[in-house]
Design a protein around this ligand. Structure first.
Ligand code: 3PG
Length: 212
């Protein structure tokens, strides 16, 4: 069993977190397998996806050794509880809900609430967040990260929303620890064609991009 600090490190080591939102449920397990084979070991299945809880559980069972599997778009304590029961290693949200932070921090899983301002980042950490997710990031840009890292360098940051191969490296260079990537990694054509090798190659390109 990993300690909380080791889990935070696992999330930082993953660097790229694949955001799996509303993908055909029959495709999710082969998709996760392809992503993990390409080195993308952060897996976030959003709760607004069909069969999300079942898929979190199955992904944990199958890939839990190599991957860090979490639940995304967690808006309430009830949802957080269900995701934790399904085995989620981490709980991510686009918003900052104190009740969710309070609940998850009492468990062995990580909580990564959504924030947008320096005050919200600080507040989330005061309440016990393990990392904060700045969302949506592309309206702020990498310069915002650099500026925030000055006074708030101790806060572990995740960023999500509008990240692709052309900009991911800039965010990592600016000081982000984990980057959530949705649409640009969930390539519709590759998924539709069950081109899992193509997905693995795409995952590798994202990993290469963050590793410089
Ligand atoms: C989402 O809301 O699904 C995530 O923030 C991912 O966003 P993206 O598809 O713009 O990467």
């Amino acid at each position: 069993m990993l300690t909380r600090e080791e889990k935070i490190q696992s999330l930082k080591d993953a660097q790229v977190v694949a955001v799996i939102r509303k993908i055909d449920p029959d495709k999710v397990i082969p998709l996760v397998s392809a992503l993990v084979a390409g080195g993308v070991t952060g897996i976030e299945i959003t709760l607004d996806s069909q069969n999300a809880l079942k898929l979190i559980k199955e992904s944990k069972e199958r890939f839990g050794q190599e991957a860090f599997v979490g639940a995304g778009t967690v808006l309430s304590v009830e949802e957080a509880k269900e995701a934790l029961e399904a085995g989620a290693d981490f709980i991510v949200s686009p918003i900052l809900n104190k009740e969710v932070v309070d609940h998850v921090k009492e468990t062995s899983s990580l909580v990564v609430p959504g924030v947008y301002t320096p005050t919200e980042m600080w507040q989330a950490m005061q309440w016990g967040a393990d990392m904060v997710k700045i969302f949506p990031i592309t309206t702020l840009g990498p310069k915002f990260i650099k500026d925030v890292k000055g006074p708030l360098s101790h806060i572990p940051l995740m960023t999500t929303g509008g990240i692709d191969l052309s900009n991911i490296a800039e965010y990592v260079k600016a000081g982000v620890h984990a980057v959530g990537v949705g649409g640009s990694l969930m390539d519709k054509v590759l998924i539709q064609n069950n081109d899992w090798d193509g997905l693995t190659q795409l995952a590798k390109r994202f990993k290469e991009a963050v590793q410089g």
